[in-house]
Design a protein around this ligand. Structure first.
Ligand SMILES: Cc1cc2nc3c(=O)[nH]c(=O)nc-3n(C[C@H](O)[C@H](O)[C@H](O)COP(=O)(O)O)c2cc1C
Length: 340
C-alpha cells in the first residue's frame, strides 16, 4: 500500500494520488498566447499517464507579463476556448488541472512591451531596466490577476496557482533584493507582502470559494540579504487568511545565482513552510524515483510531490511508479494489457 497513491482533498478538489505535474513553460504558443495542439498532446499525455494534478505552465495575465513571446496567455477572453480544451482533455483522462497565473515583471523578454517591476533594477546585463511601477501600474497588475482568475474559472480549471516564485513580478515585491520601494509596497515584510495580498483579495472576489488557490513561492534566494524559508513562512502567515489553500515550494530565480541541485534539494524548504504555516505543501525538485516520492509523503514531509523533468522524460511515470511500489491502480483501459 503506497501512500503516494492515497487520495488528497483540498476544498472541493479531490485528487486520486499525490503526484503533481510541475508547471513548465513550453514556449510554444504563437505571439497571440493561444494554446495549440502541442499543449493538448503534452498535457493530456500526462493525464493518461496517471498524474493526479496537472499545473499548466506559467500563463501570462497580461501581455507585457510574458516571459517570452511564446508564452501561453490568459489576458483575453479569446484564450478561454483553447484552455477549456486542455481542461476537458485532462478531465476525460482522469486528472485534475490548474493553471499557473503569471506575470514576469522585470524578467520579461517579450519584445512588444517594456517590463515593469517594483524597482527599476535589471535582472542582469542581458535584461532591460524595468519601469518602476506606480500605483496605477500596481492596480492594473492586480486587476489582470483578478481577470485571469475569472477566465480560469470560465475555462473550468479545478484550481489556480499564483506564481509568486522564481523572481517574477510578485516575487520581486516579496524580496528585499528586488524591492527598494519606500511606499506602502516596500520596506517591511508586511509592505512587501501587500502586492500579493491585494492579488489574493482580488482573486477571491471572482474565484469560487469551494475551489482551492495555490501559491508558488521561492523559499530560498541563495544570496545574503534575500528571503529564507522562515521569512517566506512569516510572509505566508501574514496573508494566508486571504485565501491560500496550498503552497507549492520552489527556490531561486530572484537573482542570477543557481546552486547545483541534488535529489530532494528543496524538500527541507517545504518542510519548514509546512511546519511554520500549518498549510499543506507541494514539494519537489529532482525527484526521479517512486521510492523517494513515497518516502516524502509517508514521512509527512509534504502533502503532495511535484515532478518536472521526470515527467518530461516519462509521461507514464505514475503508472510505472504504482507498479514499482506494488500498488494497484486503475490503468487506462487501452493500456491494461501492459499493466502486469
Ligand atoms: C522546461 C521547464 C520549464 C519550466 N517552467 C516553469 C514555469 O512555467 N513555472 C514554474 O513555476 N516553474 C517552471 N519550471 C520549474 C519546474 O516547475 C520545477 O520546479 C523544476 O523543474 C524542478 O523540478 P524537477 O527537478 O522535477 O524538474 C520549469 C522547469 C522546466 C524544466
Amino acid at each position: 500500500m503506497a501512500n503516494l497513491f492515497s487520495e488528497f482533498r483540498v476544498k472541493n478538489m479531490a485528487l486520486k494520488n499525490r503526484i503533481v505535474m510541475a508547471p513548465m513553460c513550453m514556449y510554444t504558443a504563437d505571439t497571440d498566447g493561444k494554446a495549440k495542439d502541442w499543449h493538448y498532446t503534452h498535457y493530456t499525455s500526462r493525464a493518461a499517464g496517471g498524474t493526479g494534478l496537472i499545473i499548466l505552465e506559467a500563463t501570462a495575465v497580461e501581455k507585457r507579463g510574458r516571459i517570452s513571446d511564446w508564452d501561453l496567455g490568459i489576458w483575453s477572453g479569446e484564450h478561454i476556448e483553447g484552455l477549456r480544451r486542455l481542461v476537458d482533455g485532462c478531465h476525460s483522462n482522469g486528472a485534475k488541472i490548474g493553471v499557473q497565473l503569471a506575470h514576469a515583471g522585470r524578467k520579461s523578454q517579450a519584445a512588444a512591451d517594456y517590463p515593469i517591476a517594483p524597482s527599476p533594477i535589471p535582472y542582469d546585463h542581458n535584461y532591460r531596466t524595468p519601469k518602476e511601477m506606480n500605483k496605477a501600474d500596481i492596480e492594473a497588475a492586480v486587476e489582470s490577476f483578478r481577470a485571469g482568475a475569472e477566465r480560469a474559472n470560465e475555462a473550468g480549471f479545478d484550481t489556480i496557482e499564483i506564481h509568486a516564485a522564481h523572481g517574477y513580478l510578485i516575487n520581486e515585491f516579496l524580496s528585499p533584493l528586488t524591492n527598494h520601494r519606500t511606499d506602502e509596497y516596500g520596506g517591511s515584510m508586511e509592505n512587501r507582502a501587500r502586492f500579493l495580498k491585494d492579488i489574493l483579495q482580488a482573486v477571491a472576489s471572482v474565484w469560487p470559494e469551494e475551489k482551492p488557490v495555490i501559491v508558488r513561492v521561492s523559499a530560498e534566494e541563495f544570496v545574503e540579504g534575500g528571503n529564507r524559508p522562515e521569512d517566506l513562512a512569516n510572509i505566508l502567515n501574514l496573508i494566508k487568511g486571504e485565501g491560500i489553500d496550498l503552497v507549492n515550494v520552489s527556490t531561486g530565480g530572484v537573482v542570477n545565482v543557481s546552486p547545483e541541485g541534488y535529489p530532494g534539494y528543496q524538500i527541507r524548504h517545504a518542510e519548514i513552510i509546512r511546519q511554520n504555516t500549518g498549510l499543506p505543501v507541494i514539494a519537489g525538485g529532482l525527484i526521479t524515483s517512486p521510492l523517494m516520492a513515497e518516502e516524502i509523503i509517508r514521512n509527512e514531509r509534504a502533502d503532495l510531490i511535484f515532478l518536472g523533468r521526470e515527467l518530461l522524460r516519462n509521461p507514464y511515470w505514475p503508472l510505472q511508479a504504482a507498479r514499482e511500489l506494488q500498488h494497484d491502480i486503475e490503468w487506462p483501459k487501452q493500456y491494461r494489457r501492459a499493466k502486469s
